[in-house]
Design a protein around this ligand. Sequence first.
Ligand code: IMP
Length: 402
Amino acid sequence: MKKSLILVGTQWGDEGKGKIVDFYSKKFDAVCRFQGGHNAGHTIYKEDEKFVLHLIPSGVFYDHVSCFIGQGVILSIDSLLEEIKQLEEKGIELEGKLRISRYCSLLLPLHAKIDQLREDNKNSIGTTRRGIGPAYEDKTARRSIKAFDLEDKDLLEKKLRSLVEYYNFQIKNIHDSEPFSYDDVYKDLIESYKQASKYFGDVTDTLENIYDEGGNILYEGAQGTLLDVDYGTYPYVTSSNTLATSVGIGSGFPKSIYSDVLGIAKAYTTRVGAGPFPTELFCETGERIAKLGHEFGATTGRPRRCGWLDLLALKKAVFTNSVTDICLTKLDIMDEFNSIEVCIDYQGNQPVYKTFEGWQSSTEGITEFKNLPLKAQEYINFIEDFVGCNISIVSTGPSREE
Ligand code: IMP
């Protein structure tokens, strides 16, 4: 294995990346987020305690791991502070362990408000309502408040005033809603920054030092391949590039691109929010998968849409991300089914399925491939052959050991 690894979702997010990053982190010196924001929700179980991380890299539970948030991440300082507080209450100290790029674009409460107002309109796409889209719009439109702007009060005041005016115009005139007070936005931001300023610094140089000294870095992707703003099911996508190939820009460390890529795929498929989902199940089987798989959004609590695994989509995701290995998660959720289907072709818009006989015995906690039921082995071997990529990890339960 090369010394660094990029871990990405190969479907519409929620593939179980949090657990796998957490599992892998112990072997790495650093873990770095490189895109997305607090729309992500990575669930980790540690000694029966459940943690949901939104911004902080999932490597945070290991003492030896340094955590980084790269410049490609849209940063809500308020959400960050809440997360830090929760972790510190559990005895996890972040100072000296977490470093955030000064080049991050900030997500402010006015982004969340405009996201919510738009979602309440008829053109809703089912966002997490956290303000991710508007914050990325500002970044591309060159009007973002960058974290480094907070170091220069005069510049900040000028930029922030014009940003508040920009949004207040829309809030009042398009949405007929209550505008923001510039003074309050400014005061709240300065207050939050006072608490968070110690975490900001240079991420590029620090990652380079770790790399040059022989350390290895894990790059933690958020959301999934089919939510990528360029590659995904546009316009039903998130606003960042979720593909592994965006790691160089998003981490700020060019050598990050010379990494292996681990693609995480669930043994079935889920999606939250609106948009196409050809293998979606609208019957009792879909509801059963949702119930057994606890398929409710980690960030919003919304029920996830469920369906069978789409091997054409997975094969394309392997190609698009240059995936070197696949990790198949939640195999145990399929344990009880009489039959399991996978999409192997399309006729027009209709998926063509191959049906597997279910193994109907528990795989929970099995840690050796040879100990899996033969029918489960067949299912895994077929996926490997079809997509042309090695499945090097199979996850059979929520805890680290499984
Ligand atoms: P946004 O990222 O909040 O703008 O939402 C855009 C789309 O991406 C919606 O369909 C969301 O449900 C989806 N999305 C955003 N973050 C996640 C995630 O972490 N997991 C799964 N879906 C997500």
